[in-house]
Design a binder for this molecule. Sequence first.
Ligand code: SAM
Ligand code: SF4
Length: 335
Amino acid sequence: MSSKHDILTDSFGRKHTYLRISLTERCNLRCSYCMPQEGVPLLPKDHLMNAKEIFEISKLFVEAGVNKIRFTGGEPLLRKDFPQILEQLGTLPVSMSITTNGITIDRYIDLLKKHQVKTINLSLDTLDAEKFKKVTFRDYFQRVYDNIFRLIAEGFHVKINVVLMKGVNDDEIVEFINFTKTHPVTVRFIEFMPFDGNQWNREKTVSYNDVLAKVHQHFDDDAIIRLQDAPHDTTKNFKIVGHLGTFGIIGTVTNPFCDTCNRIRLTANGQLKNCLFSATESDLLTPLRAGKDITPIIQKAVFGKFAMRGGLSTPEQFEDPKEHTENRSMIRIGG
Ligand code: SAM
Ligand code: SF4
């Protein structure tokens, strides 16, 4: 008989101990790489997991071996019951973290501290207020920027996520690295990834190698240190000698890290996705509401995970926008 832990092991022996939960499909920004231009149809509230259901599903995953849960979205802090969700999950033996656009995070500092959330992943694609408006279609640069300093002052480790796009913000790579000179943050450059409706094409992606080439153009080779990455880390980490902070590159498009993947995702409407790029999902919410045991559904979904990028294993498949139309847009998955 299989133990509960086995339900999170796939056919390639990868153990999935990291659950990313999308709390909402709503957002107060409109980042062009994430949200389709026409917007997304919002699901009625009763189609979304409520706080109790999020707790019940999370508890099951934690009992099966999940030791880390990340809240994402949409913008997770738009959930009015976010404090309640954190309070409930705080009773489980699991570490909690959040990915946020940072607009309202200052309101939750005490709550996050209370629940031992030590690192905040905050998305900021530009250090230029005008460009921020163009990328996000909203005027919140100053709030987000100020909140980075507030978080640092409160003792959080801030990881700044920067989605690089050619001709948009690739001219700011060095500026972002210089930001780590006097600020103890980690800047993570993310390759722009294809999702339904995000106008992706390979030409717009700034690759892992492009970033490194820029770094080597600007800094002496001796000053660039390649750091040891944590197990399962999707980021290749670096530091410039003498800088307080570090930087890294997440190369999903040109340097996939699927062989060490330990992540599974739960969408806001309770669908389990075994991969960011999988076109299929497994409904956990409907059977949970019907009082059924969802363990076999989880086991089947995890076991059926493809070796690489939801089955889009060749660069040709992955880079063909038609291959992504069956998947959701990023805002509806939770990055
Ligand atoms: N609203 C929160 C935020 O922006 O941090 C959480 C949700 S957002 C979908 C999670 C992360 O996915 C963000 O860091 C965002 O920059 C990243 N992201 C969204 N679309 C992406 C894309 N097409 N390629 C790469 N990263 C993307
Ligand atoms: Fe909203 Fe985050 Fe997507 Fe931007 S990246 S639209 S902040 S969910």
